[in-house]
Design a protein around this ligand. Structure first.
Ligand SMILES: CC(C)(COP(=O)(O)OP(=O)(O)OC[C@H]1O[C@@H](n2cnc3c(N)ncnc32)[C@H](O)[C@@H]1OP(=O)(O)O)[C@@H](O)C(=O)NCCC(=O)NCCSC(=O)c1cc(O)c2ccccc2c1O
Length: 354
């Protein structure tokens, strides 16, 4: 038997490439035909995989008046100060910090030995920290992350799953992560998921309900429900379908596959992918850019972007922002003052705008 030998694949000849016999044509015509067909073929090839983006896209330094005025945000580490709970006790399942001198709060799920799986107590602490960040008028943006580089969050702690939810220190189960999801959705400040490692199961839903997601290049995303006998038929399904489209959402839930950071970016699940070592710096950069902008514009935009999907609750959130702004006007004040002075209000001087 002849020994197998390596034979390079035969390159297609020009006639095959152009799809027509070339001999009869003039060289100029052949060249033009080839040029056109190569251009068509090239345009059909998928683009090369995108490199991990540098911190801040290059357009951020464009030489125009917009960029001269607004400039770039300073690239520096944050100095974090730990925050205790409202009774002065240390949190056990989370770390809650605020950046000194900046309007950034960072909430970290701190159960790395369980890939940051949450138990009811973890969720109770998260809810308290998010409430504090909401109420603190110095805070303009909140980062949600997981301790370490292996996981953002691996969902509910399966060791604590019982027939009526997750139970830790109580004799009954809870699904209180659903309350946290609603809280993040309605919180009138941007919440950014900073994801390294696994964001799976209920952890994946948590990053999806955040306003933005910055992913490290080691991030892994997916739903596990169909494999572990669980499902999130609320935001976990509806928000996902909005983010990635109904077909991909079905794929994610029915097959329960995992996706790497670049696949997730392509699907619209994350805003940007950065090298792991630049994850916090990039996230801080996004926070600082947001903090330079109008807090009221951002508040109204967040509720407006959610309103159409959130039905009455969404309209209520958006309407609440409108009332909040209206209370600051002379027109609204005239109504209140007239009531307090027991007189009929005079709204005649206020314009009825077109
Ligand atoms: C996340 C993993 C893919 C990581 O795999 P890896 O090999 O890196 O690590 P290990 O598997 O060895 O994990 C290390 C250590 O952590 C423990 N652990 C990890 N995740 C969990 C978890 N979710 N619960 C409990 N323990 C966890 C693991 O047992 C190891 O411990 P050792 O003692 O053995 O060292 C992989 O860990 C993995 O697949 N994890 C499970 C992911 C998962 O299925 N999550 C639950 C989905 S269901 C859910 O989250 C959920 C929660 C809710 O509250 C809901 C509410 C309402 C509706 C739906 C809900 C819902 O679906």
């Amino acid at each position: 038997m002849a020994s197998p030998s390596f034979r390079p694949a035969k390159a297609p000849d020009l006639a095959q490439l152009s799809g027509a016999p070339l001999m009869a044509d003039t060289p100029g015509k052949v060249f033009k035909t080839l040029e056109r067909r190569i251009a068509t073929l090239t345009s059909q090839l998928s683009p090369p995989p995108s490199c991990p983006p540098l911190i801040s896209p290059s357009i951020a330094s464009a030489d125009d008046s917009y960029h001269r005025i607004h400039g770039e945000v300073p690239m520096k580490e944050a100095s974090w100060g730990a925050v205790c709970d409202e009774t002065g006790k240390e949190f056990t399942d989370i770390i809650y910090e605020k950046a000194v001198g900046e309007g950034i709060a960072k909430i970290t799920i701190n159960r790395p030995e369980r890939r940051n799986a949450f138990r009811p107590h973890t969720i109770k602490e998260l809810i308290r920290a998010f409430n504090d960040a909401r109420d603190d008028s110095a805070v303009g943006v909140i980062i949600l992350t997981g301790k370490g580089t292996k996981a953002f969050c691996s969902g509910g702690d399966q060791a604590l799953r019982s027939s009526d939810g997750y139970a830790d220190f109580e004799s009954f189960g809870r699904l209180n992560v659903l309350d946290l999801q609603v809280q993040i959705r309605r919180l009138p400040k941007p919440v950014i998921a900073m994801v390294a490692g696994y964001a799976v199961g209920g952890g994946h839903v948590l990053h999806m309900v955040c306003d933005l997601t910055i992913a490290a290049d080691n991030a892994v995303f997916g739903q596990t429900g169909a494999k572990v006998g669980s499902f999130d038929a609320g935001y976990g399904s509806s928000i996902m379908s909005r983010l990635v489209g109904p077909k991909k959402a079905r794929e994610m839930w029915f097959l329960s596959r995992f996706y790497n950071a670049y696949e997730a970016e392509k699907m619209g699940l994350v805003n940007v992918v950065v090298p792991l070592e630049k994850l916090e710096m990039e996230t801080l950069n996004w926070c600082r850019e947001i903090l330079r902008n109008s807090p009221t514009a951002i508040r109204v935009l967040k509720s407006a972007l959610n309103a159409v999907d959130d039905g009455h609750a969404g309209l209520q959130e958006l309407g609440g922002s409108a009332t909040l702004i209206f209370y600051g006007t002379e027109e609204a004040n005239e109504g209140k003052t007239a009531y307090m002075q027991r007189r009929r209000p005079d709204f005649s001087k206020f314009p009825r705008r077109p």
